[in-house]
Design a protein around this ligand. Structure first.
Ligand code: UD1
Length: 425
């Protein structure tokens, strides 16, 4: 078990480079299964989730090479196994994204149902309805979904909700289906667009990614390509909040400022100075944070993956703020821990009401998921004394060396081994 020990730090100052996007690289690794040609992907972040996805595609038949400079080479000459076992899917839900590519390339897939997780029930019904529309036969048995289709056939699919994962899974499957597919009410998140651009580089015929109607004309086969993934907007947003919270002055490099608009707008409303360059953003704050209301929504709304971090920010604001979480039903696990640090937050269903305080106190707190963990680290930077964030493995699932990067900005943070299982506390 790992813990992050965070001490009250001076205002963060300096420059930090954001890594490639976690939510882009995971579906893109799955998408490499669509071709027997070699793919080279650049700026791949060092994350536990990337390791899990690599292990999964290796067990399916991929050969992988990874270099020190963030380059990943993947080639899957043939599909040796069509299964994604429970051990992997339960560790990382994005494993379910191999279903579309497997079904499209080999006509069958056997994937464990992911089950619920710390932030909600997270069903996969929209994925399965879409595969059925594409002509797959779906059977659920013993916690697994078995899907078969001699040849997928293009179809018109309307998603009841613009699910990121369902849009990606169906988009990948449609690339090799016979005929045309239209995905309506599709997700417009930047990572869906990145996946579509990757697929287009492989030779897929896709139009409309980034709008709510994506049109795909199936092709017979796909090639390999060289591709650089987009920067991680949630990592960037986390550093933006860190700068605002510590009254620092931080330039965040390797960003696409447009992708950060919802976060930039909220920070400006809080009284924080944010200035954009072509591929960097500077966040400077000398003021007390003003309380603002926030509602998480699909892109271009405020991202649910930034909700926990802004909850920490609002805990130290002037006034009362209301945060409404509309994407996941149980994404306030960080709140109990923030309250243990002295925050004043009340939860009613999907709404958090936060009375801003002047001060938080360091404590031993537990990261229940990735973004909850990041929120506690941010709170620890400004809390009096020392904060120990237990279960820090969650953080390295999705942040590329967060502690190291924060240290370069002047934060006092160290990773340490935790001897006892924190659950027994
Ligand atoms: C992705 C991101 C995650 C982000 C989320 C929302 C990856 C690897 N993960 O997760 O970081 O928080 O988007 O922006 O990209 N739903 C259904 N049925 C389905 C699919 C989804 O009801 O078949 C519901 C979910 O339970 C959830 C909501 O739709 O309440 C959003 O889920 P979705 O957009 O699919 O998120 P993920 O792809 O799992």
């Amino acid at each position: 078990m790992n813990k992050l020990v965070v001490r009250h730090s001076n205002p963060l100052k300096g420059k930090v480079r954001v890594s490639g996007s976690k939510n882009s690289i995971l579906p893109i690794i799955a998408a490499t299964l669509l071709t027997d040609q070699k793919n080279t992907i650049e700026d791949v972040p060092y994350l536990k989730d990337v390791d899990v996805m690599c292990s999964l595609v290796q067990s399916i038949g991929a050969e992988i090479e990874r270099s020190q400079n963030g380059q990943l080479t993947i080639k899957t000459v043939c599909i040796k196994d069509i299964a994604a076992p429970y051990q992997l899917v339960s560790k990382m839900r994005a494993s379910f994204l191999v279903m579309g590519p497997l079904l499209a390339r080999s006509g069958k897939a056997r994937i464990s149902l992911p089950g619920g997780c710390a932030i909600g029930a997270r069903p996969v019904d929209l994925h399965l309805k879409g595969f059925t529309a594409l002509g797959a036969e779906i059977n659920q048995l013993g916690g697994y979904v078995e899907a078969t289709a001699k040849k997928l056939k293009g179809a018109q699919i309307y998603l009841d909700f613009p699910s990121v994962g369902a849009t990606e899974n169906l988009l990948m499957a449609a690339c090799l289906a016979e005929g045309g597919t239209i995905i309506e009410n599709a997700s417009v998140e930047p990572e869906v667009v990145d996946l579509a651009n990757f697929l287009i580089s492989l030779g897929a015929d896709i139009k409309g990614a980034g709008t709510d109607t994506i049109k795909v004309n199936g092709v017979k086969e796909l090639q390999g390509c060289n591709y650089t993934i987009i920067p991680d907007r949630i990592e960037a947003g986390t550093f933006m909040v860190a700068a605002a919270l510590t009254k620092g002055d931080v330039t965040i490099d390797n960003v696409i400022p447009d992708h950060l608009k919802p976060i930039t707008a909220k920070l400006k409303e809080c009284g924080v100075e944010v200035s954009e360059e072509l591929s960097s953003i500077r966040v400077k704050n000398t003021n007390n944070i003003k309380a603002v209301d926030i509602k998480t929504l699909p892109y271009p709304g405020f991202p649910t993956d930034m909700q926990a971090q802004v909850t920490s920010l609002m805990s130290l604001s002037e006034g009362t703020s209301v945060i409404i979480e509309t994407i996941f039903e149980n994404r306030f696990m960080h709140v109990c821990e923030l309250n243990r640090m002295g925050a004043n937050i009340k939860i009613d269903g999907r709404t958090a009401v936060i009375e801003g305080k002047n001060l938080l106190n360091g404590a031993r707190v537990k990261a229940t998921d990735l973004r909850a963990g990041a929120a506690l680290v941010l709170a620890g930077l400004v809390a009096e004394g020392t904060t120990e964030v237990l279960n820090a493995e969650h953080i390295s699932r999705g942040y590329d060396r967060l502690d190291e990067k924060l240290r370069t900005l002047g934060a006092e943070i160290n990773s340490e081994e935790e001897e006892n299982d924190s659950d027994s506390e």
